[in-house]
Design a protein around this ligand. Structure first.
Ligand SMILES: Nc1ncnc2c1ncn2[C@@H]1O[C@H](COP(=O)(O)OP(=O)(O)OP(=O)(O)O)[C@@H](O)[C@H]1O
Length: 956
């Protein structure tokens, strides 16, 4: 019922939002859906027929007229044909008699001479194009026996390829337009006869169950063989095997092919790369230019159904109107209910009975669903079959009114995404290492260069010092030389002055001599000689003076030259100092550059580390998601197995009933065979063992530590699912120790303490309740503060499911004698009593169970002599509630309360409380009215042995 409602809901929304895609049978694929930017690969298929309708999701219907055959001629000689085709108008005239006819319009009308190729291209090719673009599609042939359905759909054309029917041509197109490196094409080939699905590729498989995904409504046949196709020859081979098996099976069942439906299912899976837009955009932007650009691995899964229906005359025209319904159902329930569904859909009826037959369940996506559907109806020309032909035409007319909502089926390929992220991380890590190496080499080179600069600077400085010292020495030397030259010059000058003075003195003497000459002739000769002598001496002196002067000029020239040299040296020194300055400046610049480069490299390194960290986080989240999906898949598989069992039960039951109803002729033709004697399976036992198998399989394959790890996931759905898994596992004794060892108990308690989510509280309390069934775990739960946490949750929520789990967990802890005091101190008893406020019977049943457990432990303690004093339950105020409620609730709750009261009554120290709360009357009632003998005995024992009670009863 639920899935039918789901179907209805989708039907409504489909009608409100018809798609904008190109039409099916009668249109090219010029119009693409707004969401899909892809087109079919090069050499893609193109239908050549005009696009006259915009209602692209409508079921397209074509009609094909079979040529007259030998059978028709002898009978029809005196009659005109009952149909007249007007292909140019896409119309068909149905002639009832010579004076009355009706005209009907179809999406395509094929005359007797229409070729198989043209029929394929107009009817099936647009559907095949859609399949290649990721949409589901159906091509179906409907018509009276012998009108050419199998000829149109299933003909293999082994000897003449032009004779090939839709199945072969569709496979041919799909294979030619997919790439075997990325895509896969697989087929199942089935036959449906009397509500039994048989595998035509493995005929021993019969009664194959049809499974519907409760979430997506997707229909599948997990029991059928699914064979991956390698090439066209392989697909022809498979179709041939299917055809042979169909023939053999029908012969064995003593039936005709026209009474069974043949269904070819082609599954196409295409891998696409889609640029990331939302979630992964951060990742894409995080990758630097060196990385290949990031794209999302997407898989498109589509499914083509090619259906060769049974002969339609079997359902009679009444199939859709209700006459002779029982008979029609009996012969072929499937066609009857297909007719009803088509009617309801065409008339926008309030209920679409898709669940009435296996055929309609298989085709639920094809009519009123999300698939692109093309129907070809086949008719014969003979007037003898007027009523069958009219019925077929009306079927086609009604189907034309159905509008589907075509939907693209894409999903993210998480496994390959994960692989790619791991690759990205490897790439980034190696890139980081490479950059680090590059940085190290650069740094090394810089340091070497710096060292070389320092060495050359030190050399230059040393050389400068040596040069400066040489220069200083030379300077001192030159200065000394100049000084000595100056001194020599001065001496020379003094000498020259002295010679001058001598010359002047001699000239004076000469003048005096000349005067004396005049006075004294004697002295004339001497004078002449003396004069000569003096003249000679003077000449010599003058010459000497000249020599001295020239030496002096030489010295001066030498001095000028040395001065010049000194100036040159000073200039050289200045140039060298400038060079040293420049070198020092360059060196500090290089130092700065090296520092900034090292800083930027450090920043890059940090950035890369951050990126790696964020990628690792994302990878972890994805791995968690993968794990979560794996677990969901397993749960789904479990659901499928359960559904299968339920279906098997159901079909066995049905077959059983049917076998008793069938008359003898039908019984002989029945396909049920041995199933008639099949005993009813024990459903609950099988289901439980399957469930256990599934859980232990998940346990082994996923690993407990991984499941425990998921309790810390940031994704709430994952957390809830993980807690549920652990709760399921904890229900098995053998798993409990492992769960505690892997830290499951600690993680559950932490989750209960930290989470604010009600669902988490509920499922975690459930898991703890399961763990608390074991004595060792009870100690651990108490010592880790579990009772306090459970009491806290009990005080915060009014959700009956959560309270039931919490009460159940505490009730289990109540059964441990050693923990009674601790349980009271941690508020466990008060929490139990507090939950009474919920008024929910399930919660109260757990509370009563807990109190009975507690009271039983106390009474055992008294019997063994280590317990004294008033009951802790009574101290916390439970007695009053028990006495006032013992007759209020249903029998199981009452029994727990009565048990608790009987055990409390065994303790003398509780007697006063019983008396003051009116409990003695209640004990008397239990001793007389309780349904259980042990309880009656316990109550009587307390009443007869306790003096306080004896006194009270005497008073009563
Ligand atoms: N368009 C056609 N051209 C030539 N021959 C045809 C055509 N359609 C059908 N036939 C012939 O008519 C006969 C009956 O056709 P076919 O078996 O395909 O009918 P059917 O509707 O599938 O019958 P059934 O419901 O019994 O399976 C076959 O011999 C087939 O070759």
């Amino acid at each position: 019922m639920a899935s039918t409602n789901y179907h209805r809901a989708s039907l409504r929304s489909e009608r409100q939002i018809p798609t904008a895609r190109g039409s099916v049978a009668n249109a090219s694929v010029r119009t693409k859906p707004a969401s899909s930017k892809r087109s079919v690969a090069a050499g893609s298929l193109r239908a050549s027929i005009d696009d006259e309708n915009a209602d692209s999701g409508r079921v397209r219907v074509a009609v094909r007229l079979r040529p007259k055959n030998a059978e028709d001629f002898p009978f029809d000689a005196d009659f005109t044909d009952c149909v007249e085709l007007q292909p140019e108008l896409n119309r068909l005239k149905l002639r009832k008699n010579n004076w009355s006819s009706e005209s009907y319009k179809f999406d395509e009308v094929f005359t007797e001479s229409a070729s198989q190729r043209r029929v394929y291209e107009a009817v099936a090719k647009p559907v095949v194009e859609s399949i290649l673009e990721g949409y589901n599609g159906t091509v179906m042939a409907y018509g009276q026996t012998g009108t050419g359905k199998t000829y149109t759909v299933g003909r293999l054309g082994k000897d003449d390829p032009s004779e090939r029917g839709i199945m072969v041509r569709a496979l041919e197109d799909i294979i030619a337009n997919t790439n075997s490196n990325f895509d896969s094409v697989a087929v199942s080939y089935l036959q449906l006869y009397l509500e039994s699905v048989q595998d035509l590729l493995a005929p021993e498989k019969t009664n194959i169950p049809i499974v519907e995904d409760p979430k997506t409504g997707e229909v599948s046949l997990p029991g059928a063989s699914l064979v991956e196709i390698r090439d066209l020859d392989h697909s022809l081979e498979l179709l041939q095997i299917g055809e042979a098996n169909r023939y053999a099976a029908n012969t064995k069942l003593n039936t005709e092919s026209s009474r069974s439906h043949a269904i070819l299912v082609v599954h196409v899976r295409r891998s696409l790369k889609k640029k990331e837009e939302n979630d992964a955009s951060s990742l894409a932007s995080a990758l630097n230019g060196d990385l290949p650009s990031f794209s999302m691995p997407i898989v498109q899964k589509s499914k083509l159904l090619v259906v060769d229906l049974a002969g339609s005359e079997r359902i009679d025209k009444s199939g859709s109107e209700g006459h002779m319904l029982e008979e029609a159902k009996f012969i072929n329930l499937s066609l009857t209910s297909l007719g009803k569904c088509i009617n309801a859909l065409a008339e926008n009826g309030p209920h679409i009975p898709t669940r009435d037959s296996k055929l309609t369940r298989l085709l639920r996506d094809s009519f009123g669903g999300t698939a692109r559907t093309s129907l070809i109806i086949t008719i014969g020309p003979s007037a003898r079959h007027y009523s069958e032909t009219a019925s077929t035409i009306m079927f086609g007319q009604r189907a034309m009114k159905i509008v589907n909502t075509i939907k693209l089926k894409e999903e993210v390929d998480y496994e390959s995404l994960c692989r790619r992220l791991e690759y990205q991380i490897d790439y980034l890590t190696s890139d980081m290492d490479r950059q680090q190496k590059l940085r190290d080499t650069e740094k090394e080179q810089m340091e070497k260069k710096l060292k070389a600069y320092e060495v050359s600077l030190t050399d230059a400085e040393k050389k400068l010092v040596v040069k400066s010292e040489d220069f200083e020495k030379e300077k001192i030397h030159l200065e000394l030389k100049i000084k000595s030259l100056l001194e020599e010059l001065n001496t020379q000058k003094g000498e020259n002055n002295h010679l001058f003075e001598e010359v002047v003195r001699l000239e004076t003497c000469l003048k005096q001599s000349k005067q004396h000459q005049l006075e004294n002739s004697t002295y004339q000769k001497i004078l002449a000689d003396t004069t000569q002598m003096y003249e000679k001496k003077i000449t010599e002196l003058l010459k000497h003076l000249e020599d001295k002067n020239s030496h002096y000029s030489t010295l001066e020239a030498q001095m000028t030259e040395m001065q010049q040299q000194l100036n040159d040296n000073q200039k050289l020194l200045q140039i060298k100092e400038k060079v040293i300055d420049e070198l020092q400046q360059e060196m500090s610049k290089l130092n700065k550059e090296a520092e900034s480069k090292i800083q930027s490299l450090e920043a890059q390194k940090n950035e890369l580390l951050l990126r790696k960290e964020s990628l690792n986080k994302e990878l972890k989240a994805l791995q968690e998601k993968l794990l979560y999906e794996e677990m969901q898949r397993r749960t789904l598989e479990d659901d499928i197995v359960k559904s299968k069992n339920a279906l098997n039960d159901h079909s066995t039951e049905l077959e059983y009933k049917r076998s008793h109803q069938m008359d003898s002729s039908i019984r002989s033709a029945s396909v049920l065979g041995g199933a008639l004697n099949t005993p009813k399976p024990n459903k609950s036992r099988e289901t439980i063992s399957t469930q256990r198998d599934t859980i232990s399989k998940i346990f082994e394959e996923v690993g407990l530590s991984n499941i425990v790890g998921l309790l810390k996931s940031e994704d709430l759905d994952v957390q809830i699912h993980a807690v549920k898994m652990i709760a399921n596992l904890a229900a098995e004794d053998m798993n409990q120790e492992k769960i505690v060892e892997e830290g499951g108990l600690d993680a559950l308690l932490t989750l209960l303490e930290s989470s604010e989510n009600t669902s988490i509280h509920r499922v975690t309390a459930g898991a703890l309740a399961n763990l608390a069934m074991n004595g060792l775990n009870q100690d651990l739960i108490m010592s880790k503060g579990g009772a306090r946490l459970l009491a806290h949750i009990a005080s915060r929520t009014d959700d009956p499911q959560t309270l039931r789990m919490v009460a159940g967990a505490i009730a289990n802890l109540c059964g441990n004698e050693k923990l009674r005091m601790m349980l009271k101190e941690d508020g466990g008893i008060k929490a139990l009593l507090g939950m009474v406020r919920s008024g929910n019977n399930d919660v109260i049943a757990q509370i009563a169970r807990g109190m009975a457990n507690f009271a039983k432990c106390e009474s055992r303690g008294i019997k063994q002599g280590y317990k004294r004093g008033r009951s802790l339950l009574i101290e916390d105020g439970a007695l009053n509630w028990m006495i006032s409620s013992s007759t209020t609730f249903s029998a199981p709750i009452r029994r727990h309360i009565e048990l608790a009261l009987c055990h409390l009554a065994q303790n003398e120290d509780n007697a006063r409380d019983f008396v003051s709360n009116g409990g003695v009357k209640e004990l008397v009632r239990i001793s007389q009215e309780s349904s259980r003998e042990d309880m009656r005995n316990l109550a009587s024992k307390a009443l007869n042995s306790n003096p306080t009670f004896l006194a009270e009863t005497r008073g009563v």
